[in-house]
Design a protein around this ligand. Structure first.
Ligand SMILES: NC(=O)c1ccc[n+]([C@@H]2O[C@H](COP(=O)([O-])OP(=O)(O)OC[C@H]3O[C@@H](n4cnc5c(N)ncnc54)[C@H](O)[C@@H]3O)[C@@H](O)[C@H]2O)c1
Length: 463
């Protein structure tokens, strides 16, 4: 072992010891008991709001679409926007005014320093704050927003480590403010249809699911001074495990009703491949003294984790943002009476899919999907799917999510995703890192609900 490798080895082993200690501390002591003044937030409904006053932090690639579309939804007023960059804040203001120049006419902008978002919340006291910044900023922004009296909505993932996830839960329970990680994929047409079919029992009892975020994003390395690549590229070097688990996992977790009565996340094992692709890409596309060639890319290109649920079901979760191949989220669930799968969308049922296939040996897919949609489309999609397709945003799923957030806040009903679900889904990142550092050893999920998942209502089929 040469000197550098030996130093890395020592660093890794001591890191893994520290990591185990942190993990066990986080699943015991202070985190077991809920503060007496706090409230379980699983089925929480906030007082209804006639008009919802919104503020946005981070209007880059993702936040711009949020500001624009929320501004177009009835019953909203955008009161403020904050970004580090004046031009981005101004662009989003323009888009909000184009949506409705009366409703949003008092919109204020904040862009003078990295803490201006606190001043924005203090000045304008919004009902809801929407956070679409880099991952490391999610937890502090979510926590402060709730402490200052706003409901917090944050982009995926909720946070990147277990301590931050617990702190988010404790703050939501203490302040009695909603905190939702905005998993838009749960609102895709196929995902809604599969949820509907699962709830109606078409695939019987659940056995196994597969989820993924396989999306080749090396091109983001072109964003070097600002924009997604400027911060996300560093995670491929310094972070570990599955860095983006929730797009694939969120939908299958709701098919299986995890954390809501029946079943829950129990443990996880994880392995990653060697880390090769980012280094290769940097060497091919940038000069040897370029900053991307100065990074040590330590996180394996492709991560595979297997989750075991309390009832013994399994979920395979994969992640790869580097290797050249077509996009996939897998989106698969196997039951005792059939299978629903994505990429491409296909369905097979015991005894066949009525009017399409004769038995479970062939898939209903391709042109036959229209018949499937006709029969099994989710009522929510039937209600607003056409408007969502027109409004756009990942094929309409973004609009349906935004529409539902405002609808729930205005009606004073629970949100479709509670704070614990966002935390369970995001916890795959730190737990996969722990497992990898310990040669694939199983890691227990913390029970973020402190036992209350057993009496939490399942997500209804919203019509
Ligand atoms: N759900 C989805 O489909 C989806 C898609 C893309 C990105 N995302 C998520 O959205 C988030 C943002 O990603 P992005 O690609 O838009 O990144 P981005 O870099 O384009 O945008 C982030 C913005 O946050 C701003 N920001 C950072 N720190 C700030 C601070 N202290 N005060 C004010 N503004 C600050 C930056 O100036 C930037 O404009 C990430 O969490 C990402 O994972 C989700």
């Amino acid at each position: 072992m040469n000197k550098i490798n030996r130093r890395n080895f020592i660093k890794k082993t001591s890191l893994s010891g520290a990591a185990i200690a942190t993990a066990s501390a986080l699943s015991s002591s202070k985190y077991v008991e809920r503060d007496k003044k706090s409230q379980y937030m699983g089925d929480f409904a906030a007082p209804k709001l006639d008009k919802v006053r919104l503020a946005f932090i981070g209007v880059g690639a993702r936040g711009t679409g949020h500001a624009k579309q929320f501004a177009s939804i009835e019953g909203t007023e955008v009161v403020a926007i904050c970004d580090l960059y004046k031009d981005l804040a101004e662009r989003s203001k323009r888009l909000c005014l184009e949506a409705d120049n009366q409703r949003h006419k008092n919109l204020k902008l904040y862009h003078t320093n990295e803490n201006d978002w606190i001043k924005m919340i203090e000045d304008t006291r919004p009902d809801a704050v929407f956070i679409s910044t880099n991952w490391d900023n999610h937890a502090p922004m979510v926590i402060k927003a709730m402490e200052l009296g706003s409901h917090a909505f944050v982009e995926v993932p909720m946070a990147t480590n277990l301590k931050d996830l617990w702190d988010i839960i404790d703050t939501s329970e203490k302040t009695r403010k909603h905190c939702m990680m905005m998993e838009n994929v749960n609102y895709g047409r196929d995902e809604l249809m599969f949820l509907n079919m699962c709830r109606k029992g078409y695939i019987g009892d659940f056995l196994h699911a597969e989820a993924a975020y396989i999306h080749e994003l090396r091109f983001q390395m072109e964003e070097q001074e600002r924009g997604t690549g400027s911060w996300r590229t560093h995670h491929y070097a310094k972070s570990k495990g599955n860095l983006y688990p929730t797009h694939g996992l969120g939908p299958v977790a709701q098919y299986m009703n995890l954390g809501r009565g029946d079943d829950n996340f129990k443990s996880l094992v994880s392995y990653s491949t060697p880390a090769l692709g980012r280094k290769l890409y940097a060497e091919k596309n940038y000069s040897s003294d370029h900053k991307w060639n100065g990074l040590e890319y330590n996180n394996g290109d492709l991560n595979t984790s297997i989750i075991k649920t309390s009832m013994g079901r399994t979920i395979m979760v994969q992640w790869d943002e580097t290797s050249p191949r077509p996009y996939s989220r897998h989106n698969l669930i196997q039951g005792t009476k059939g299978i629903l799968a994505g990429f491409p969308t296909r369905v097979a049922l015991d005894g066949g899919v009525e009017g399409i296939t004769k038995n479970h040996h062939s898939w209903a897919k391709g042109n036959a999907l229209e018949k499937l949609y006709e029969k099994y489309d989710h009522p929510l999609y039937k209600r607003i799917g056409e408007e969502a397709r027109r409004m756009g945003g990942h094929g309409g799923m973004d609009f349906i999510m935004r529409f539902r957030i405002i609808e729930c806040l205005r009606q004073g009903t629970p949100l479709d995703q509670n704070v614990y679900e966002g935390c369970f889904w995001s916890a795959v990142t730190p737990l996969s890192a722990e497992s990898i550092l310990n040669d694939g050893a199983p890691q227990k999920f913390p029970d973020f609900t402190r036992g209350n998942w057993k009496s939490t209502n399942q997500l209804d089929i919203i019509s």
